[in-house]
Design a protein around this ligand. Structure first.
Ligand code: PA5
Length: 465
């Protein structure tokens, strides 16, 4: 397993002094990196954060595999109801390892598909129900809190749909992932005797892909979760090393911290040149945004920290976004994600057509074209003084994906330490949630209903131009 981080195009020698980092700046960042490593290591030792331990949770992994084996061949659809950190990891795994949607193999009981219901758009949910047969569907509600409105509402609809069709047998069509000791989903699962899997309390949603949250859907759809965890375990060892050469997560965290704060790059474009990694780009977007977007530092100073992550797909978005990236505001850093070895190189037929715009491609491969497009875009950005870096995965297989998840999570934790913020909470999402509860009549949220009413009254006084 090999994951490389190449920061050369972040350097002033390549991107120019105004937008690139000097070697001296990188060297002088070493103590900050060391402090971040020590700080996060101490918090981990105190048991505050559990994601580093997930790849070696042998008992949980064995339990998940056992359950997946016990239902093998029973279902052609695994339907996850979850949102945010309780959905994006499952999608990232499915997209990377079973093929980017919509080019997966036909689904069957031998090759169940994964349907992820992560929004309450009625046309999405009701439309999905019409494509599923309750007799061949396993419903997997996933919610750490057990109370997320979107997930719970979807689950209620799915439950009625399943029970209406299967009556008492519906019980065998549910498997739940939630916290062990709290939440209404846990209580419901206990009451209904659904098989239930837990995620550790010290693992937050967006850091939970290698817990039952991501591994149960993966195991149920035939992914080798041992290999995912083996890759992640290998990078975990490297991520504790006080050696910027070997510790890729720490080095990339430092580079991103320096370029964002010293060269004013409030936006990071995650730019996979791989459809398989497209789901992972969305998973990363949540990880980086929710972890680093914070109003205050740990001392309570208002700092409004955070870099806005943007997902772009190479080469597709060269024809959609790159004009802006080249000539628009120089406020972005680009992280290209490359896959060195593709399972199929995509041979382009050798026979010439007689047309100039086509014949130079004959006898070459799609893999070579995609690689050339990435390298060309990197070079073009550099000619325009736009700093960029590249993460290269040897392959997009289980081991590399597991390692990549873990590397990104460590990178995020270290970046949080460098900003001196709490990267593991998400207070900013609470107010909107509370207003929604107020609007939907949840008990105990009357104050928020009133606050919302005051907001609407004020809005009505504003005269649009
Ligand atoms: O990272 C997080 O903690 C959040 O994005 C959660 O994953 C998301 O809000 C869903 O929460 P829950 O799993 O409780 O439904």
């Amino acid at each position: 397993m090999r994951i490389e981080f190449d920061e050369r195009n972040l350097m002033a020698d390549m991107a120019g002094k105004e937008h690139g980092l000097t070697a001296a700046e990188l060297r002088s960042g070493a103590p900050l990196a060391k402090k971040a490593l020590t700080g996060f290591h101490k918090s981990w030792q105190k048991g505050l954060y559990g994601f580093p331990d997930l790849p070696t949770q042998a008992e949980t992994i064995a339990e998940l595999k056992k359950y997946a084996r016990s239902v093998e061949g029973d279902f052609d659809t695994i339907c996850v109801a979850g949102i945010g950190g309780s959905a994006l990891g499952a999608w990232a795994i499915d997209c990377a390892l079973r093929g980017p949607h919509p080019v997966q193999k036909a689904f069957s009981r031998k090759n169940p598909r994964l349907v992820i219901l992560d929004n309450v758009d009625p046309s999405f949910i009701m439309g999905a129900l019409q494509t599923m047969d309750p007799k061949r569907t396993l419903i997997v509600p996933i919610a750490k809190s057990g109370a997320t409105a979107e997930t719970v509402a979807t689950l209620l609809i799915l439950t009625q749909w399943m029970e209406h069709s299967l009556g008492k047998k519906a019980r065998n069509h549910f498997a739940v992932v939630t916290s062990a000791g709290r939440g209404d989903l846990k209580q419901l699962a206990t009451a209904k005797k659904y098989p239930t899997f837990h995620l550790p309390e010290n693992v937050g949603g967006r850091f939970s892909v290698l817990s039952a949250v991501g591994l149960l859907p993966a195991a149920l759809t035939g992914v080798d979760i041992d290999k995912l965890c083996a890759g992640a375990a290998a990078i975990t060892k490297l991520s504790w090393l006080d050696d910027l050469k070997k510790n890729v997560a720490l080095r990339s965290a430092l580079c991103h911290h320096l370029i964002a704060t010293k060269r004013a790059k409030p936006i990071q474009v995650a730019f996979p040149y791989s459809n398989r990694l497209w789901g992972t780009a969305f998973w990363f977007r949540q990880l980086w945004a929710e972890s680093l977007g914070k109003r205050t530092d740990r001392a309570g100073n208002v700092i409004h920290a955070g870099q806005t992550p943007v997902a772009a797909l190479g080469a597709t978005d060269q024809h959609s976004q790159v004009q802006l990236y080249m000539e628009g505001p120089n406020d972005k850093v680009f992280t290209f994600w490359a896959v060195r070895n593709q399972p199929d190189s995509g041979a382009i037929p050798k026979t010439p057509t007689g047309f100039e715009a086509m014949d130079y491609l004959c006898g070459q491969t799609l893999a070579k074209l995609l690689d050339a497009e990435r390298r060309a875009t990197e070079a073009a950005l550099i000619e325009n003084g736009r700093p960029n870096c590249t993460v290269t995965l040897d392959r997009a297989d289980e081991e590399h994906l597991g390692a990549f998840f873990q590397m990104m999570e460590f990178q995020t934790a270290f970046a949080g330490e460098m900003l001196n913020i709490n990267a593991f909470d998400q207070e900013g999402v609470e107010l909107g949630k509370k207003f929604t509860f107020g609007l939907m009549g949840r008990k105990g949220f009357g104050d928020y209903k009133a606050r919302f009413a005051a907001y609407e009254t004020k809005r009505r006084t504003v005269k649009p131009a």
